[in-house]
Design a protein around this ligand. Structure first.
Ligand code: ATP
Length: 140
């Protein structure tokens, strides 16, 4: 059977659809690490981590932040059902900087009732947002 030429990529959160288009390649932040998907990939269902997702159309890559959810991979389709996601252009950099500062303060204060995992995940989301936002700036 011939390989599909492209992948139909759908990225949705409970609030909105962010991406719905054919792409040539996707890189997904899965629970077991980042993995790349090309047309014809083996079917797969994975949980998503907090991380950077990119997709490529021709030579151009577009970046998003995703945090938690599921990815369903089929040979000609990838569906990302993310709890939270933003495109690089949709990230509020000041908000992410403030979130990073708050999380860093919580983690360095060593308060006795600190929910360490919650603070760690806040810090991680803010760092990934800042990284993804800087990609948008590089692309101009
Ligand atoms: P904050 O403390 O700034 O709310 P957070 O990491 O706790 O950050 P989330 O719970 O991950 O925020 O997300 C809540 C909602 O706010 C989601 O819809 C998410 O897309 C949006 N959001 C959070 N931070 C940003 C940001 N810096 N730019 C754009 N949207 C954001």
């Amino acid at each position: 059977m011939a390989l599909p030429a492209q992948i139909n990529l759908e990225i949705v959160t409970p609030d909105r659809a962010l991406v719905s288009q054919p792409v040539d390649e996707v890189q997904i932040p899965g629970a077991e690490g980042y993995f790349g998907v090309l047309p014809g990939h083996t079917p797969l269902l994975v949980t998503l981590e907090v991380g950077q997702l990119w997709y490529r159309v021709g030579q151009e890559r577009s970046f998003l932040t995703v945090a938690f959810g599921f990815a369903e991979v089929l040979p000609d389709r990838v569906t990302i059902l993310a709890k939270v996601a933003e495109t690089a252009e949709g990230i509020d950099v000041e908000r992410a900087r403030s979130a990073r500062k708050r999380a860093e303060e919580r983690l360095t204060k060593r308060v006795s009732d600190l929910d360490f995992e919650r603070a760690r995940l806040s810090l991680l989301r803010s760092l990934i947002r800042l990284q993804v936002a800087s990609r948008a700036r590089i692309r101009g």
